[in-house]
Design a protein around this ligand. Structure first.
Ligand code: GUN
Ligand code: FE
Length: 456
């Protein structure tokens, strides 16, 4: 390796999950990064000890030495987040989905035509998600074009990898008059947003446009078809909600006599770059179609526990090798933290496995063998999310982009306590997943660029 190719190096302990359920502890590794933000190499002490590389980087002030309480983990991927709902987080979760949307979400989202409001909220949101370790975020914005551009500009400015969609809603049956566009305007603004993001100066693939029909009840069939055609012609990402509750499943069944997946497929919206939030009530044929198209499921565990009426078959999805990752689904979640999502995904699967009713005998109470592990959840939030999006992220591996989060256990007044004499590497990683909070995250990099640095 030519030393001049190295922009900087990090020397210390790192964790990643190369496969679901497996982890690697990269002890005292030297990770080198080039000017493009790609990982040039991950060297073990035995590989760099006899080389002048560390001294070379040290002389030039281009090395970061981690303390023995600091650990690097891959940047976290949030596959489903509603940007305009940021001020709504923590409100109204006692309501069912339909009323939650009507009473809280739609009135709030309608306010984003005020660009100053959009700037103010989105700046805080992007800062907060980055600060929580989310290096890649898939965002729904509102139905408005200009505020969606504001969100794209802010992600670019702050250096967050983002996939952003201007939301499309044209069905008067389920969209209020004050928060609805015609199919024609929805399509026109989707195209305009696509052009805007594709042409943003300095973008270089950091921010991508996403075609975003909100969900089946909010769109007419005509709009779905137009959006499907646009996405197909432009090989564009698509995001939507899929079979997320009894109500939405029954709606599709009654109106179309079909499942959501069948409708999305028929209208050209189901492809390799389609991100399907939730996808709880899938038929066997739906699952096959998702797999055939290589579409992506965004599992949003906390949101599911409040709104879905049932649990996702996460175990089966992992076993079948479907593309899947985790989503916060802010504001159907109370934090943007993807580590918390990992924890919720495990809890969700554990409750499913064990069942809940104490009146039932244990052998009929739950669904045996359906739990997922912390390592599987962490894989979903890192390498799994990266694989689903078809981006080289989520692993510390040569050729991957350096998206990383520095977790520090030596922070006052926090829950992450690492006891060197008691904790094995597997314990340490589990503790990071389950007990690390935002205050433990002291630096974040996206594609080699330091985007968060908190001085402690
Ligand atoms: N379904 C349609 N819109 C939404 C939304 O904003 N949040 C959630 N959780 N589900 C939805
Ligand atoms: Fe959602």
């Amino acid at each position: 390796m030519n030393h001049d190719d190295i922009l900087f190096g990090i020397l210390g302990n790192a964790f990643h999950c190369p496969a679901p359920g497996e982890f690697e502890f990269l002890e005292n590794a030297l990770i080198t990064i080039n000017v493009e933000g790609e990982i040039l190499g991950v060297a073990k002490p035995s590989e760099y000890n006899n080389s002048p590389i560390v001294e070379f980087l040290e002389c030039q002030g281009r090395i970061l030495r981690l303390t023995d309480q600091q650990y690097l983990i891959p940047g976290l991927v949030d596959l489903h987040c509603h940007a305009p709902q940021w001020p709504q987080m923590g409100k109204g979760l006692d309501l069912p989905l339909y009323n939650w949307l009507e009473n809280y979400t739609f009135p709030l989202e309608a306010r984003y035509q005020d660009l100053d409001f959009a700037q103010h909220v989105y700046r805080d949101l992007v800062q907060s998600t980055l600060s929580s370790g989310t290096t890649s975020a898939v965002y729904f914005s509102s139905i408005h074009l200009e505020p969606s551009k504001v969100l794209a500009d802010l992600c670019l400015e702050k250096g967050q990898r983002a996939f952003i969609g201007k939301v499309c809603m044209d069905n008067p049956e389920h969209c209020p008059d004050y928060y609805r566009q015609s199919a024609q305007k929805s399509l026109y603004e989707t195209e305009a947003f696509y052009q805007y993001v594709s042409g943003m100066v300095g973008n270089d693939g950091l921010v991508s446009p996403v075609v975003t029909p909100r969900f089946i009840p909010s769109c007419t069939e005509g709009l779905l078809k137009e959006l499907g055609q646009f996405a197909t012609e432009n090989e564009c990402y698509v995001q939507t909600h899929c079979s997320e509750s009894d109500w939405t499943r029954e709606y599709s069944c009654q109106k179309y006599g079909e499942t959501d997946i069948s409708i999305y497929e028929r209208t050209g919206l189901l492809g390799r770059k389609t991100i399907l939030a939730h996808s709880i009530f899938l038929t066997e044929r739906d699952t096959q179609k998702i797999q055939e198209h290589g579409a992506i499921i965004a599992h949003c565990p906390l949101s599911n526990m409040y709104f879905a009426n049932a649990a996702l078959g996460t175990r089966e999805i992992l076993d079948r090798g479907l593309h899947c990752g985790l989503g916060s689904d802010v504001a159907a979640s109370v934090t943007p933290s993807m580590l918390r999502s990992c924890f919720d995904a495990v809890s969700h699967s554990r409750v499913r496995e064990e069942g809940t009713s104490a009146r039932l005998a244990s052998d009929v109470r739950g669904e045996p063998g359906t739990r997922i592990s912390f390592l599987e959840a962490f894989w979903l939030a890192t390498a799994g999310g990266g694989k689903a999006l078809d981006k080289p992220i989520g692993l510390f591996q040569k050729g991957f982009w350096f998206d990383a989060v520095l977790v520090d256990g030596n922070i006052q007044d926090c829950d992450l306590k690492i006891w060197k004499a008691l904790d094995e590497p597997s314990d340490i990683l589990e503790k990071i997943i389950t007990t690390a909070h935002r205050q433990n995250i002291t630096k974040v990099w996206v594609k080699g660029k330091e985007v968060i640095s908190k001085n402690r």
